[in-house]
Write a new protein. Structure first.
Length: 95
């Protein structure tokens, strides 16, 4: 008895999910829009980019996040070297 339910479970879930999805949407596609009226200039530009093209937003995000990580890593390395912590050598302090 348990074997047939395991096979029908995905179909039953889909059968129950589709009417709920149709009722939730009201028959119209859902549109997500960011309200950018009260944002500063660069945040408004970012939210307008979200409104206009999700592809361009994703590409810009993929470029910006590694670039910021690189800059933050370099700044951290500079600060640590200034205070005397050398992360470039692996000398163990244990004797």
């Amino acid at each position: 008895m348990r074997n047939w339910w395991v096979r029908l479970r995905p179909a039953a879930c889909m059968f129950l999910w589709l009417p709920a999805k149709a009722l939730a949407e009201g028959g119209h596609p859902l549109v997500l829009v960011a309200d950018s009226r009260r944002f500063p200039a660069w945040i408004a530009w970012w939210s307008n980019l979200y409104n206009e093209s999700h592809l361009y937003l994703a590409l810009l995000t993929v470029v910006v996040i590694p670039a910021l990580a690189l800059v933050m890593g370099k700044v951290t390395d500079l600060i640590l070297s200034r205070i005397g912590i050398n992360l470039k050598s692996r000398v163990l302090a244990e004797h």
